[in-house]
Design a protein around this ligand. Sequence first.
Ligand code: GTP
Ligand code: SPV
Ligand code: MN
Length: 596
Amino acid sequence: MNYKALHSWIDEMASLCKPDNIYFCDGSEAEYQDMLKKLVNEKKAVKLNPEKRPNSYAFFSDPSDVARVENRTFIASMKESDAGPTNNWIDPLILKPKMTKLFDGSMRGRTMYVIPFVMGPIGADIAQYGIQLTDSPYVVCNMRLMTRMGEHILDIIEGGKDFIPCLHSVGYPLVNRPDLDWPSAPIEEKYIAHFPEERLIWSYGSGYGGNALLGKKCLALRIASKIGQEEGFQAEHMLILKLTNPEGISKFILGAFPSACGKTNLSMLIPTLKGWTVETVGDDIAWIFKKKDGKFYAINPEKGFFGVAKGTSYETNYNAMKAIEKNTIFTNVALTEDLDVYWEGMKDAPDKLISWKKDIWHKGDKEPAAHPNSRFTVPIEQAPNLAKEYDDKDGVLISAILVGGRRANTIPLVIEAFSYNHGIFMGSMMGSEITAAAISDSIGKVRRDPFAMLPFIGYHIKDYFNHWFNMKGQTSEALLPKIYYVNWFRKDEQGNFIWPGFGENSRVLKWIFERCEHKAKGIETPIGIMPDKQDLDLTGLNITDKDLDTLFEVDKKAWLDELLDLEDYYKSLGDIPKALYEELYQERERLNKLGE
Ligand code: GTP
Ligand code: SPV
Ligand code: MN
């Protein structure tokens, strides 16, 4: 859509949703403060103690609206085969009328906010403009922290830039009933819908995170992945970090880990190795493109963090804790008696708290005080380790891509792919234990989640894999990023993590950095190249030889089983690229020879 269509679209949506008012957001600080003040007056938000947490607010969602709802997320392409076997497909000719009925009058008694925003640095070739219409002031405030938004973006769109229309309603019209603290619709009425051919997003019934901040997962991943497939870039669920060695040389590394598997933490890491630094460019989404030099570059389409609160502490993620000391919105965390925030894993629990359900909570209570998917929203500029390149429209040169998930067994600490194709194979086989970032009754179960994109590919997964190979094209290995499979989450028989993780992950990053410079050694195994114990810098780390052996073990039987399961998975996906089967068969052959 472009300028001509803009105002008639807004009028059309307003006459459908029937809000009491329409308000164009200018994106200013004053507007943000006014909205939060109003939300506090209406008791929909709590202003935190300004001496402890200046200019910060807490929101508490309805207990049924706490995460992405994958089974209510739809790809409504014209043809079912374009959505593929991993998406919920629904015929747009059925869904449109159904949702039109739901949207009809859905904003009664409310204001419709118009949010002009852009995903990506202004001026970046692949930046994508959007307009979100929403009846949730909570969403407006979060979009302001998470995206580049406001009047200046509307000016650009009115100047003729194409934009992606995004319609959102919490689905709780105020007709003969009072408002709720967190209005939303029952689960069976929630629809997070994507119309890829029209490049259109309609979201109804949820006010939470990726369901409602439509610039994030809906636009920057599902719709952008489809645009990228058509226009030659990749939209990926990846962090972007800048790693600098003691000599001052920097490299940029991407990491694809599923939801709640460590992207924010890795991008904000403080290395335990002396002289090394990590700076953050992005913590959740990367758009990858190729330049004329044949190399791959990345931009972060976002401008803020929507990070997992649970488990975040000054010990595990100092930079995140510093970032959220002020100007932060918290959702579903617990509150202390003096109105500061608390969550499990932050520090020792005080005796008494207000839980995310707004109940009094006592130390020792069985239920956690904060929701496991409690989150903070904070502008990226507040990260103490922000890389200066974060806003660079030309992107950063990618040296390496990490893939990985939560796996209690089988997957070693780090494996380097033999080639880019082998790396794509590694990404395709990723599995991870399901976390609380999505509403699911299978939390903890391992599921395949290729490139951490299973819930976010806006089209057929076979074409997604093809796109990886197409983007590679004829590029020589020397110009391509190196790909690594990592796993920080291996457990011992007692169920404890073997690898200390967090800042100690810098030891693995150092090996990767030096592999990219052809300096570090590695040994060939059937599943890829791994550091020998002496190749990994373990200075000052307390870890037993037995644990190290486990972290680098290649369990022939477990891997062969893994490949059998993967082959079944491949078959279930339809006609995926032959190159993936070739990689699988070669890996099996190498494994079969092991120990012979
Ligand atoms: P999304 O925002 O959902 O995409 O999550 P994410 O991938 O950014 O994950 P995040 O960094 O927020 O980490 C999620 C959880 O994993 C937190 O509770 C962290 O404390 C924990 N975690 C992160 N890194 C490590 C690690 O290296 N080791 C261990 N054991 N836990 C980790
Ligand atoms: C994720 O689930 O991967 C997130 C959180 O980053 S949400 O924005 O809710 O999708
Ligand atoms: Mn994420």
